[in-house]
Design a protein around this ligand. Sequence first.
Ligand SMILES: [Ca+2]
Length: 256
Amino acid sequence: MNEVLALLLLSLCCGLSTGLGDNRDSEGYLGTGASLAVCLPDTCALFRELAAMKERLGTMDQTQAALKESFGAMGQKLGAVETKLQGSESQVEELKKVNTAQEEELKALKKSLSTAQPKVAFSAALRDSGGGHIGPFTTNTPLQYKRVFSNTGSSYNPATGIFTAMVRGMYCFRYSMYSNNSGRPNSVVSLMKNSEMLVTTWNTDDSMNVHESASNAAVVQLEVGDGVYIQLWANRVLYDDRNNYNTFTGFLLFTV
Ligand SMILES: [Ca+2]
């Protein structure tokens, strides 16, 4: 009975020769071996196309799955990149805040330094006009450097030749001495702090005693009110003219 039903179904599917004519030349074969089935050529072709389509669909499904997996992996990578980018942006914002704070600190420090550090500096030459000898005097005499090039802080007084410290600090002073006094007394001057002699220059009169210069300098700590000046020794002379050979310069290095 089963064999009859199978034969009947096969005839319905494949159009066996019962109603369509028993011509084996018009029959086709679908499958091989145990799965061998017989069918009409058009039906077999349709089955083969369906099988091929099914196979292609299977391939497309595999491709789609692979693409889906690839997209998933790319999505994860993009997520990781986005996370890193957000972290970097946060770091940039933090660095900007730190930079802004440091700029403010630097501004405050500069302002503090500019207001805390007094500005003291001066420079002057001996003559403000003409030329000739200065001295000799019978006593040691402070020299009055009258041509003032600069006097920031107004601590130098050209009327007396004395620099008076307005702030306690470390100062640098320098002077130059010029002699053109052949046949005249020697030239000797000293840098003085109050009544204390700090440094001295000396030029002895001799047969070639013309156009001779000397200089000296010192860095000293001054208290408020201390006076610094250049003293021409008694019975000594200097020479100067518009070339300004003799100068007196001083400035505050830093407060202490
Ligand atoms: Ca000399």
